[in-house]
Design a protein around this ligand. Sequence first.
Ligand code: TA6
Length: 289
Amino acid sequence: MRELEAKFGVDGAIEFEMCDELVCCNIQNDVCSGRIFLHGAHVSQFQPTGKRPLLFTSEQAIFRDGTAIRGGIPICFPWFGSHATDSSLPSHGLVRQKSWELKSVEVDSRKSILELATTTELFDVRYMAEFGEQLKVTLHVSNSSDKPQSFEAALHSYFQLSNVKDVLVTGLESVGYLDQLEPKEHPPSGHPIEFTEETDRIYQSTGNTITIIDEGLGREIVIEKSNSQSTVVWNPWIAKSSRMSDFDDDQWQNMCCIETANIGSEAIKLEPGYAIEMGATHSITESSS
Ligand code: TA6
């Protein structure tokens, strides 16, 4: 950690500490604070100055090698969900449980930009996290092999809510979806999403901006995607929460995931040496009331 502090540390702006077994970087500037782990390049906190935290991180989250952090923004890559052919491989890919290398830090009074990198057998991966008035995260994937390669990716963002039963999610009213729990394809619902049970949906062919309307906290969370054609909406509800050891039984009430992704039929195929970026800009608008 001393090497990180010497190379990247900025007193009061970029500081490193251990969280259990993992190294995290605490970010502070005039407009926000945040936290990112080298483990999984995992953003776990973002809070605009004077506003409530944007992201949900489980109070039971585990911070150690080989375990994905429950909450924040896990990076799912190069596959989403279970591996297509090898059930022994981890859910949601390899990189959220890897230690990434911090490549660069750029700070000024209103913006802190960190770039991290990792590799897999077939890809070079970079991740830019920009902590400012908004939280902007960008995944850059390049095919480092000598053959065309396909991958899935998702920024599996967990958002802090007053109560999931009281929020509305707009932006997907006109998009059909696969209900992963059935599984069954559904036509567009024609209305905002309300959570009344375990919800695990994949919306395809949509780059739409998503808004979480949370009257309980008097705010809206806006997720503007870039280069993403899939959106996953998830809440574990009661039964699944009770089966998650790194998640309190009742915490399902205070979160939902809106995931910026390219998965399934929207998986990305890259020619050798080619690259693509996918990202999301997250912002909070406080209701005028
Ligand atoms: O994105 C929704 C989902 O695929 C759910 O099916 C649920 O498994 C969730 O991700 C969390 O997965 P994880 O491997 O982080 O427990």
